[in-house]
Design a protein around this ligand. Structure first.
Ligand SMILES: [Zn+2]
Length: 395
């Protein structure tokens, strides 16, 4: 149970429908009586509140529990299955789209390869069309409540625009909410892809209270931090952008234009480049060779893992998380993960290593999409959103 979350709810002592739903989401299913005792409301008011939540299709029955009165009492749960989101993880080489419920169950999914140095004007319209097609095929278009989008770069969350993704040059200052939000007439939730990956790992683990660092190593490299159930974006939205930290003594040119970035040696793009003379042309080639035990591919991938580990050791010492979860096409490869873990364990503060778990993301390639689904759920099932809908219903 996310302890920080429930403590915050208790501290506000709020009793609105939205807060009742938040209690059910944070603390699990309850009977009406348990909920009444927990929130501190009269029976009549609780009945009114629950009626509003039922009419919004935000409650679902979750079995019965024996009660002292004799008749078994119905147990109620927050309904995160009835509403639908379209989520899209837009990367440098491909985009993955999925139709999900607010628990993150994937109801339809598609991948779209993207040309090198693609531009939003050419990329976004076909992705929107693909999203519409997935929604229609899933039969869930009517319950669409939001879109979630991620890109590998910083975002201006106030304006809803990209800032300047170092490896996606055509994507500077691009409004991301309008293309999908206006066309589908729903709110759009934006997140950096590594933050979404970290949040997806956090959701897949049942939303633990302890801090989690997620690392995404696909074409590029990024990291995200989840503390107390929230992605930590930092003051300018660049928290976790570890890919372009300079490694002393490295003069390799990076896609961002500078020299010596960790990405220049350890990203998927760099690993492909380092294996090019052996005929490797894509991430799929790297995966295949590592799986086949090709010595050069294994060594290069482990090397990349160790290099990311040197940066991550500092992150681990500063954040002191309980969990490090590694994802992305290259990040989940065993030699990469082993190299990374080896260096983190050798370089981070001893105390920060106490109880630290370093593993691959359990959901693999779908972790970022799960994170977007979780972020949409937190936004669309938040007390403020639910209370606004309940007020609209009551008037
Ligand atoms: Zn760079």
């Amino acid at each position: 149970m996310p302890l920080e979350h429930s403590r915050n709810i208790a501290a506000t002592a709020a009793t609105s429908p939205g807060h009742i739903l938040a209690v059910l989401r944070a603390e699990g299913p309850m009977t009406r009586q348990e909920l009444q005792d927990r929130v501190g409301l009269s029976r009549v008011t609780m009945v009114e509140r629950l009626d509003l939540l039922q009419r919004l299709d935000l409650l679902r029955p979750s079995g019965h529990r024996a009660s002292s009165g004799g008749r078994p009492a119905e147990v109620l749960a927050a309904n995160d299955l009835g509403r639908t989101a379209l989520v899209a993880d837009i990367g440098q080489t491909h985009a993955t789209l999925a139709v999900v419920d607010l628990r993150g169950t994937i109801l339809g999914q598609a991948e779209q390869p993207l040309p090198a140095r693609h531009h939003p004007a050419e990329t976004l319209p076909p992705l929107l069309e693909l999203g519409r097609r997935l929604l229609a095929e899933s039969g869930r278009a009517d319950s669409l409540c939001a879109v979630g989008l991620s890109i590998p770069g910083q975002l201006d969350h106030e304006r809803g625009t990209t800032i300047a993704p170092p490896t996606m040059p055509g994507w500077t200052g691009v409004p991301l909410r309008e293309p999908f939000g206006d066309a589908l007439n729903v709110p759009v939730v934006l997140e950096n892809d590594a933050n979404a990956l970290a949040f997806g790992s956090y959701c897949a683990m049942g939303r633990p209270a302890a801090a989690l660092v997620g690392v995404k190593v696909g074409t590029g490299i990024g990291a995200g931090v989840v503390i107390s159930g929230r992605t930590h974006r930092g003051e300018t939205g660049c928290a976790g952008e570890i890919g372009h930290i300079r490694i002393e003594g490295n003069e390799e040119r990076c896609d961002c234009g500078r020299r010596g970035c960790v990405s220049a040696l350890a990203s998927g793009r760099a690993v492909i480049r380092r294996l090019r003379s052996s005929g490797v042309r894509s991430a799929a080639d790297v995966l295949r060779r590592v799986r086949d035990g090709d010595a050069e591919a294994v060594a290069t991938t482990a090397d990349a893992g160790r290099l990311v580990g040197t940066v991550l050791a500092t992150v681990v010492t500063i954040v002191n998380p309980r969990y490090v979860r590694v994802g992305g096409a290259i990040g989940v490869l065993p030699p990469f993960l082993e190299g990374l873990a080896e260096v983190v364990r050798a370089h981070a503060h001893t105390s920060a290593l106490d109880g630290l778990s370093i593993e691959a993301c359990a959901l693999g390639e779908n972790t970022t999409l799960a994170g977007l689904a979780g972020l949409v759920a937190d936004e669309m099932l938040s007390p403020a959103t639910v209370d606004a809908q309940a007020r609209a219903l009551a008037t």
